[in-house]
Every structure is written in structure tokens, then in C-alpha cells.
Design a protein around this ligand. Structure first.
Ligand code: G1P
Length: 290
């Protein structure tokens, strides 16, 4: 079992300006839940109970969101609104710790900030930009593999050739069953330099020896300390695995991906789907007739 999960949330959210100028992108709602809550529920659904959120400036709304809301809860109790009460209390039993990353020095540096809280244990890392459709078993599959092998595991997806520049890309050997033994990783290569089309998506199970590497790692792509570079060094020292995900993922940190996620999740929402479907069909008919 893995009890600890780290959520880097200090990024500037430049892909979503102006919405993210003063509000965290992690708080953008998909239907009715902030992005980061999808990732938090994915982790708690796999047994993680100690969650570490790496925050930065303008991110206080995240702490408030996961705090108990006494006045709201009291008002809901008095009004007998049981369902809403359950909704706002849902995560009250989870322990959250917040660490400020003082400067946006990269994903690798953000993970290093969590060292005092996770040192000694295997831990999960979830990037809330990557929304995994609720109901998928990606993280539980990764946890199983990492605990069996006592090794780091990264989630992979086959990406289009022109998309390799957006991801960490691996070079690895197919061990069958969607599992790869990774030999090397490169952060956001040009398509002509990419060793494969297997891109790392925002779910990782890491071992504490990653910190030794991160502590001395020089900045890489974009002048940032890259987790991909640290994993590349780790893969030269010990087995590191890739776990191929074939389910549905949304890049919700991107405007188009966010819209796709909103539409699909709204269509899956039992309270909204009928009306929303009707609206979309009407809209499409109208579009096609023009
Ligand atoms: C980060 C990582 C990259 C990974 C991606 C997954 O990039 O640096 O290796 O493929 O997350 O979403 P970012 O999307 O934060 O630029």
C-alpha cells in the first residue's frame, strides 16, 4: 500500500490566462469539482491518506477548499441538506499538508520540496492537469506494479508524433501486458529526436532515492529542474517501469482539453446528461445547417 501522494500545484497556469492570473488553475471546475479534487479523489480511492500539496503564490484557495467549512456545514445541517453536507464533508478525514515552492523552478524542484514529508516511503505523484476519467484503474495498477517490484513506475500513453514535444518521452523495452522497462527518458524532444511515441502522463510512483538525484540535478529543458531528467539518471542505476494507459485522459490544463473534459464529464453526470445532450444535439444541428 502507498499512503502518501504529492500534488505539485505551484505552476503559473500560463496556458489558461487570464483565468489564472489571480486564481489557481487547479481550482478551475470541471462541471462542479475543481481539477485538483479529481486527482485527490483518485489518490484517496487507491488508499492514499496523507496528501501533500506543493503550492505557491495565489494558491490559497486550494487550502481553503480542502479545509472544513464550519459555517457552511452548520447552515446545511440546520437546513437538513444531507446530500450537500455529505458532498462538502467527503474529504474531511484526509490529512493534507501544504508546502510552498518559493519559486517556480520546475517539477523536479517541486517534488524535492516534499522530501521531509515522504522520505523513506514509496509515494505517488499526481499532476492535476491530467484528468483521468473517474472509474479508470490507472493509479491502482501502477501502485500494484510498484509495490511488487519495489521500483518507480511512470504512466505512459502513446501520443501522436507531433505531440511528443509536450511530454517526457521514454526509450524502453516492452515486457508485455502494457509494462515497459525504461532505459532512458527525454523531456519534450523534437519529433525527429524522440526515442519513441510513448509519452509520460502525470502519474508517477516514486522511490525515495529520486531525492538524492534531484538534490544535485542541474536545470534542464526551459531552465527548470526536470523530473524527467532525474528519472533518466535513476533508470541508469535501477529498474524503472512504464505502465501503459489505454483509458481516457484529458489534458485539462489546456483550453481545448478542458472543454473536451467538461463536455464528456457533463454527459456522464446523471443529473445533467439528458438536458445537456439535448442542448448539444440542437447546437450541432444548427451548426451543420450553416
Ligand atoms: C510535465 C512533465 C512531462 C510530462 C507531463 C505530463 O510537463 O515535465 O515530462 O510528460 O508533465 O502531463 P508539463 O505538462 O507540466 O509541462
Amino acid at each position: 500500500m502507498i499512503k502518501k501522494a504529492v500534488f505539485p500545484a505551484a505552476g503559473l497556469g500560463t496556458r489558461f490566462l487570464p483565468a489564472t492570473k489571480a486564481s489557481p488553475k487547479e481550482m478551475l471546475p470541471l462541471v462542479d469539482k475543481p481539477l485538483i479534487q479529481y486527482a485527490v479523489e483518485e489518490a484517496t480511492g487507491c488508499g492514499c491518506e496523507e496528501l501533500i500539496i506543493i503550492t505557491g503564490k495565489q494558491k490559497r484557495a486550494i487550502e481553503d477548499h480542502f479545509d472544513s467549512a464550519f459555517e457552511l456545514e452548520d447552515a446545511l445541517v440546520k437546513k437538513g441538506k444531507k446530500e450537500l453536507l455529505e458532498m462538502v464533508r467527503k474529504l474531511n478525514h484526509i490529512n493534507f499538508a501544504y508546502i510552498r515552492q518559493r519559486a517556480p523552478l520546475g517539477l523536479g524542484h517541486a517534488i524535492l520540496c516534499a522530501k521531509p514529508f515522504v522520505d523513506g516511503d514509496l509515494f505517488a505523484v499526481l499532476l492535476s492537469d491530467d484528468v483521468i476519467s473517474p472509474g479508470e484503474t490507472l493509479l491502482s495498477g501502477m501502485i500494484k506494479l510498484a509495490t511488487e517490484k519495489q521500483a518507480p513506475v511512470v504512466a505512459l500513453e502513446t501520443v501522436d508524433e507531433k505531440e511528443v514535444e509536450k511530454y517526457g518521452i521514454i526509450k524502453g523495452e516492452d515486457e508485455g501486458g502494457g509494462i515497459y522497462r525504461i532505459n532512458a527518458l527525454v523531456e519534450k524532444p523534437k519529433p525527429k529526436d524522440a526515442p519513441s511515441r510513448l509519452g509520460v502522463i502525470g502519474r508517477y510512483i516514486l522511490t525515495p532515492d529520486i531525492f538524492d538525484i534531484l538534490e544535485t540535478l542541474a536545470p534542464g529543458k526551459g531552465g527548470e529542474v526536470q523530473l524527467t531528467d532525474a528519472l533518466n539518471q535513476l533508470a541508469a542505476k535501477r529498474p524503472v517501469y512504464g505502465y501503459l494507459f489505454k483509458g481516457k485522459r484529458y489534458d485539462a490544463g489546456d483550453k481545448l482539453g478542458f472543454l473536451e473534459a467538461t463536455v464528456e464529464l457533463a454527459l456522464k453526470d446523471s443529473a445533467l446528461s439528458a438536458g445537456f445532450r439535448e442542448f448539444l444535439i440542437g447546437l450541432m444541428k444548427n451548426e451543420l445547417s450553416h
